[in-house]
Design a protein around this ligand. Structure first.
Ligand code: MG
Length: 250
């Protein structure tokens, strides 16, 4: 299934994509699907981020080639950091950095959306806790990240985490092509088969330390090819079998 969250007349509404239409739901799909009988054309919907995270748990350097381009050796374990919920952004949403930011980077990533409360999950059980997969751009103020020596300010500015266009449970996260395009030109090409730590073990590692809630997001790391964006640019994160997340830098 493909789950979307759309803007309705009385606030956000969840739905399921069926062909060209969205069949709307009574409530979020985390603990089952209840249709409300409504339907509308997908093309007319304003898509919102398809998740409501209490936290976005990100993995740094999960592709060896990306670690090397940052001048680091691949770490022997998943290096985690958090993007705060104020970073959440949507399909076609504007990405904007404060004026003091000198270098704003894209990082195309596969994201996992959690379905039910997860603590001490074993890798073999990971699928029971996953609603599905979506595209994410881990927008980063690279100069701020480097200046500060840790990542909170550079990674958690408002709107720095576009997610979408929907969540799908129809893909296998262990072998998906990930491509980022800047103004239509491919700038990152990776495959989740090259993850240092795959999704099942990531879920085990993260939930050994912290409880994940329904709607929480895991950003699985970006492949090599990170680079800057400037106002006027359009950035797309395209994941095989998932979809294309499109955002505009203003
Ligand atoms: Mg990242």
């Amino acid at each position: 299934m493909k789950y979307v969250r759309i803007e309705g007349p009385r606030g956000p509404v969840w739905g399921v994509v069926k062909g060209e239409d969205v069949l709307t739901l009574k409530k979020a799909p985390y603990d089952g699907i209840e249709y409300d009988g409504g339907s509308q054309p997908l093309s007319g919907c304003r898509l919102l981020a398809p998740c409501e995270p209490t936290k976005i748990v990100c993995v740094g350097k999960n592709y060896a080639e990306h670690a090397r381009e940052l001048g680091a050796e691949p770490p022997g374990f998943p290096v985690l950091f958090i993007k705060a919920p104020n970073t959440l952004n949507r399909q076609q949403g504007a990405v904007h950095a404060p004026a003091f930011v000198r270098r704003l980077d894209y990082e195309g990533e596969l994201a996992v959306v959690i379905k039910r409360r997860a603590k001490d999950v074993k890798a073999k059980d990971f699928a029971d806790y996953v609603l599905g997969y979506t595209c994410l751009n881990d927008v980063t103020a690279r100069d701020v990240q480097q200046h500060d020596g840790q990542w909170t300010r550079g990674k958690s500015m408002d709107g720095f985490c576009p997610v979408g266009p929907w969540v799908t449970d129809e893909v296998d996260p262990s072998k998906l092509k990930v491509e980022t395009r800047l103004n239509g030109k491919p700038v990152q090409r990776g495959n989740t088969a090259d993850f240092i730590t795959g999704v099942p073990k990531l879920l085990e590692f993260i939930t050994a330390a912290m409880t994940l809630e329904p709607g929480d997001v895991i950003a699985t790391g970006t492949p090599a090819g990170i680079g800057p964006m400037v106002p006027g640019d359009t950035v797309e994160v395209d994941i095989e079998g998932v979809g294309v997340l499109v955002n505009h830098v203003i």
